[in-house]
Unconditional design. Structure first.
Length: 134
């Protein structure tokens, strides 16, 4: 699978995604390009866009895109906080479909049936986690 890692993700996270072809936004020369245009460029060359930008799903209509988006939710975007998500990310990657949005959360259990970590269809943007926001 061909993966593109957003510029807001520590580039060293690519090393945790064994078995995939991984590039970063800076490697592609796409630094500072806005999300909509970035997704348009990426969908021609990549299967999945990986980011920590929590606002991206609400800012972009992904249902007709040819690329899936995986949003990692960690304490920070530092490698030490992202690395624990790598096993969950690897499990989820094999089940992604174009136009889908996946959220991998540090506080959730590993996605076995993906009940709480995947927002399967872009138009149904909702958080499926049972966590309280109080």
């Amino acid at each position: 699978m061909k993966l593109l890692i957003d510029e807001c993700v520590d580039c060293r996270f690519a090393g945790t995604l064994s078995g995939h072809v991984v590039k970063t936004v800076p490697q592609m020369g796409w630094t500072a390009i806005k999300n909509g245009q970035l997704l348009s460029l990426a969908e021609g060359e990549f299967d999945v866009f990986i980011t920590v930008d929590r606002g991206l799903p609400s800012q972009q209509n992904l249902s007709r895109r040819k690329i899936a988006v995986l949003v990692m939710r960690a304490k920070t975007n530092r490698l030490v906080d992202l690395e624990p998500l790598a096993p969950k990310v690897l499990v989820v990657l094999s089940k992604l479909k174009p136009g889908s949005i996946v959220v991998v959360d540090e506080d959730e259990s590993p996605p076995q049936n993906m009940r709480s970590d995947i927002v399967a269809d872009a138009p149904k943007r909702r958080k499926l986690s049972a966590r309280s926001t109080a």
